[in-house]
Design a protein around this ligand. Structure first.
Ligand SMILES: Cc1cc2nc3c(=O)[nH]c(=O)nc-3n(C[C@H](O)[C@H](O)[C@H](O)COP(=O)(O)O)c2cc1C
Length: 190
């Protein structure tokens, strides 16, 4: 069974803790042999506003094609002014291209969510907004949603998560996306 997962998220900052959290959460998937495609800060920062200035019909096609084939999704967004950053929201706007698919938007995909912020309030607000977005896109949010208070040194240069609570959350959301993606992949093959 060929299980595929797409990970989307990060910020414009090199060494983004949001992207580090996203990549950490992919570990259980990679260990299980799942094919994981990561669209991190560098990729989403290069996307023009969806259907805005500089946008061409082929813009973002790799992201859209990967999500189209995926059984599971991981999304990580920082809380900016209490909610999902514009950069991540713009990347999610590209999923409008899936509207007319047989599996529209995120239908039939397990979706794990990660929200980062300096404070708990923005992390929680961002997580809840992400979950609303996923419901709107007909995705299946995993029970675990990660709220991570970020700070310099949260991740080692090798990508190890140095906070027990956040490490456990990230591992759990990755494991739950694995379970959900396997289930959806099996259902699609039946
Ligand atoms: C424009 C902007 C707005 C932000 N607003 C908030 C906020 O309202 N609450 C908060 O706790 N952190 C806020 N932050 C901090 C980010 O959430 C934090 O930088 C992010 O989670 C981690 O960024 P990184 O992935 O680049 O390391 C803000 C940061 C920026 C740049």
């Amino acid at each position: 069974m060929n299980v595929r997962v797409v990970a989307i998220g990060g910020t414009v900052n090199p060494g983004s803790t949001t992207e580090s959290a996203l990549r950490y959460a992919t570990r259980p998937l990679i260990e299980a042999g799942v094919q994981v495609s990561v669209f991190g800060g560098e990729y989403i920062n290069a996307l023009p506003h969806y259907r805005g200035a500089g946008y061409l019909p082929e813009t973002g096609k790799e992201l859209v094609a990967a999500v189209r084939e995926a059984d599971g999704i991981l999304i990580a967004a920082p809380g900016y002014h209490g909610t999902v950053s514009g950069l991540v929201k713009n990347a999610l706007d590209y999923l409008e291209d899936l509207a007319r698919d047989d599996r529209p938007y995120l239908h039939g995909r397990a979706v794990g969510l990660i929200a980062t912020a300096y404070g708990d309030q923005a992390a929680m607000g961002t997580l809840l907004t992400l979950r609303n977005i996923i419901h709107a896109l007909r995705g299946w949010p995993t029970p675990m949603g990660v709220t991570a208070r970020t700070y310099e040194g949260l991740f080692s240069p090798e990508g190890e998560c140095l906070d027990d609570r956040i490490r456990m959350q990230l591992t759990l959301v990755g494991e739950q996306v694995l379970q959900g993606a396997r289930a959806w992949s099996k259902a699609a093959a039946a």
